[in-house]
Ligand binder design. Structure first.
Ligand code: ARG
Length: 729
């Protein structure tokens, strides 16, 4: 096991590696803001005009204008809490305000005044990061050498909860983020804004032009942007939706640069990437290739077919499951891109070779030197064993995770679990079920109706159960088997599931909301079929949870050692060192540039509206609005196009981004907004595992296209005025 001393050694090595050697490597790296001053030389060389120190201060411009939506990134663009993000990030707010008759997803939406703005889903949040502090020693102080995996998990979990409780005040959310499974812990304090409203989105034919056919690809012509606004109580404090709330006033906001950027310019993105796997083991990559991606692709395809068939019969299902459909399509293509890219780049062989090289290097580190190679090597060996044992449960864990995502499965789970957790002191309650979480649990039950249809939910559960019954007997849940009563065939499962839905009133929002305050005795007395099933199932689900927690606790004994070994090894070769993405604020910087996807083919870094005309067929997703086509043909670009050329739509840069970065502002050398990151290219989809500088590119929607669509097509001049942008004309 590693002590804090070993970790400290690692940290020193990081700093020197960054300063001395980083120039040799392309723009890989999702940097924590505090790392940026050490990268000053490189930032300036790439063209940054700001003082790099400015980028390490969270409470000053421009980083304090960059906010998290939880699942996406966004930024303030006016003193009145106006927020810009991607169209696919504002999608949920469009969906909950849509019906088949009045479909805002298809038509787009513009609030001409603040009164016309529409409340987003009640669980929608905007988080403004205000403080990040290292709490590693506080967390590690809770650990004792003789703890087993589960005890370690609990000790770390309790330490984090104590730290969080000491940090949170009304209107603020604090979380302890774990870096590299326990290498570092950081406390992040964020202002939590809860009244979020939909302000503007272009129609689907612009906001998702090219749809899933063009998704994850270049050349791209999507106007992937939309606007929200954050509201607070009259006294300025965070509050749930109320029509009397007032716009939130951020300390800083970004200004838009209507001139945009050109090839070769400096560009940076700040945002909240949620996960990368750059430091995973080769065995984990192998499992992703052999099992995880193919399994998930197959399951996504089946689920999409089910939802598609139901939507054809009932258009309401289409609206309610629009977000799920978009997510499944997006993930499915990402997994396909990964499989293709990982095979093409021979990533598994590279990873295995890297691991062998690490083993060899560690073997050379003699005891008594700067690093105890033998101790680190033991960690690496133990990590491999641990991971391999856990991978044996991958099928079961996946099937259960899918089942748990169902509408009424989740609702009954939240209800039964909350009733149990409420019996404990707050600090001992399960994460997600503490007092601080109750308002979100309530919001989830209030909002469920907008994304749930009982018949569809039933069909999806029956589908998942068909996978469950095929699991090896040892991986079954005894209570679920009792409920199934030996049934394993499709028709039999469908009948069981039908009875489950026939005997429940959880489809009613008032009932669900009321049950959130039920006592365990009331839960025990309930005759609701779903509540009864969940009551029986809970002990089995808790046993699975305990197993997974034990694994996570065991991981903290060895993964940080593996990380320390990698950091030292990378540093010895001058390779960049940063942690895998974990949902915390990161900055990536680089250059506007194209790439060569294959022999004799070169992609230039800008698309223009000319490509929209070329792609338009009139059939979704290539159904450009006629007014847009006419304006493009008339070259009516209002002075937004660069002299002598057409109007840019999207641009490429060598920025290191991933899921969660969607909506991130792309900023120029002066920190002005020049676009929004919204995707990556096909050849770079596997960059979550291995960053290939030659082919990994981020895709941004260009600020000039955003302004043009807003001004020329949608007449959103109220927002342009608010952002103090003058369209050149
Ligand atoms: N690939 C993008 C991402 O993962 C999503 C783009 C949304 N558009 C779409 N056609 N699905 O953030």
């Amino acid at each position: 096991m590693l002590t804090r001393n070993w970790l400290a050694t690692g940290v020193t090595l990081i700093a020197s590696a960054l300063v001395i050697h980083h120039n040799a490597y392309a723009d890989e790296g999702m940097w924590q803001p505090s790392q940026l001053p050490a990268l000053a030389g490189q930032l300036q060389q790439r063209g940054l005009a700001l003082d790099p120190k400015q980028l390490s201060t969270l409470t000053s411009w421009p980083l304090d204008a960059v906010v998290s939506l939880g699942f996406c990134t966004a930024s303030f663009v006016s003193p009145d809490g106006l927020i810009v993000t991607n169209h696919h990030c504002g999608f949920g707010a469009l969906q909950v305000n849509s019906t088949p008759q009045k479909n805002l997803i298809n038509d787009g939406f513009l609030a001409h005044t603040k009164q016309e703005e529409l409340p987003a889903d009640p669980t929608q949040r905007v988080y403004v990061t205000e403080q990040i502090s290292d709490v590693t020693s506080q967390v590690n102080a809770a650990l004792k050498p003789d703890m087993d995996g589960y005890a370690r998990f609990v000790a770390i979990d309790e330490a984090k909860k104590r730290i969080v409780a000491g940090c949170e005040t009304p209107g603020y959310r604090c979380d302890v983020y774990t870096f590299s499974n326990g290498y570092d812990y950081q406390l992040i304090r964020q202002k939590e804004l809860r009244d979020i409203r939909l302000v503007y989105a272009p129609p689907l034919s612009i906001g998702k032009f090219g749809g899933d056919i063009d998704n994850w690809m270049w050349p791209r012509h999507t106007g992937d942007f939309s606007y929200l606004r954050a509201y607070v109580g009259k006294d300025g404090s965070s509050a749930s939706y109320s029509k009397d709330n007032v716009p939130y006033r951020p300390t800083h906001w970004l200004t838009l640069n209507p001139k945009g950027v050109k090839a070769g310019d400096f560009v940076m993105v700040a945002g909240y990437p949620y996960n990368t796997d750059r430091y995973r083991l080769a065995d984990e990559l192998q499992s992703a290739i052999d099992w995880e991606y193919p399994t998930k692709i197959g399951m996504s395809r089946d689920m999409l077919a089910l939802v598609d068939a139901a939507s054809k019969k009932n258009p309401e299902v289409g609206v309610k499951y629009a977000t799920l459909v978009a997510e499944l399509n997006n993930a499915m293509k990402l997994f396909q891109g990964n499989l293709e890219g990982l095979a093409r780049s021979n990533a598994l062989a590279t990873k295995r070779a890297q691991e062998a090289a690490l083993d060899q290097w560690l073997a050379q580190q003699k005891p008594g030197g700067a690093l105890d190679g033998a101790a680190l090597q033991a960690d690496v060996v133990n990590l491999r064993k641990l991971v391999d044992a856990h991978l044996k449960l991958r099928e079961r864990n996946f099937v259960l995770a899918m089942i748990q995502r169902g509408g009424l499965f989740d609702a009954s789970y939240q209800i039964v679990r909350l009733a149990q957790e409420k019996q404990k002191p707050d600090l001992e309650r399960e994460e997600g079920f503490q007092k601080r979480d109750e308002i979100r649990l309530l919001g989830a039950e209030q909002g469920l109706d907008q994304e749930f249809d009982p018949a569809m939910d039933q069909q999806l559960l029956a589908y998942q159960l068909q996978h469950y019954v095929k699991l090896p007997a040892a991986e079954h849940l005894p209570a679920l088997d009792r409920w199934l009563g030996g049934v394993t065939d499709e028709a039999g499962i469908a009948k069981k599931v039908a009875a489950l839905y026939a005997g429940t009133s959880l489809t009613d929002t008032k009932t669900r909301v009321a049950l959130l305050s039920a006592t365990p005795a009331q839960i025990d007395a309930s005759n609701d079929t779903w509540i009864k099933l969940m009551r029986e199932l809970m002990p089995d689900l808790l046993a699975v949870e305990r197993q997974n927690k034990t694994f996570a606790g065991d991981e903290t004994t060895v993964r940080p050692g593996y990380m320390a070994a990698l950091i030292a090894f990378n540093a010895s070769r001058g390779l960049p060192v940063y942690h895998d993405a974990n949902g915390s604020l990161r900055v990536t910087f680089g250059t506007v540039q194209g790439y060569k996807p294959r022999d004799a083919v070169e992609y230039t870094p800008f698309t223009t509206v000319d490509g929209i005309v070329q792609k338009t067929t009139g059939v979704e997703p290539f159904n450009t609005p006629p007014a847009e086509l006419a304006a493009i043909r008339a070259k009516a670009f209002d002075g937004l196009a660069p002299a002598g050329s057409s109007l840019p739509v999207a641009f490429l840069a060598d920025l290191d981004i991933t899921g969660g970065n969607s909506g991130s502002p792309a900023m120029d050398r002066n920190g002005q907004l020049v676009g929004l990151a919204f995707d990556g290219v096909w050849e770079g989809t596997s960059s979550g595992w291995l960053f290939n500088p030659a082919e990994t590119r981020s895709i941004q929607v260009d600020v000039r296209y955003m302004l043009w669509v807003m001004h020329h097509l949608d007449h959103a001049d109220n927002l342009l005025d608010e952002m103090k942008v003058k369209v050149p004309q």
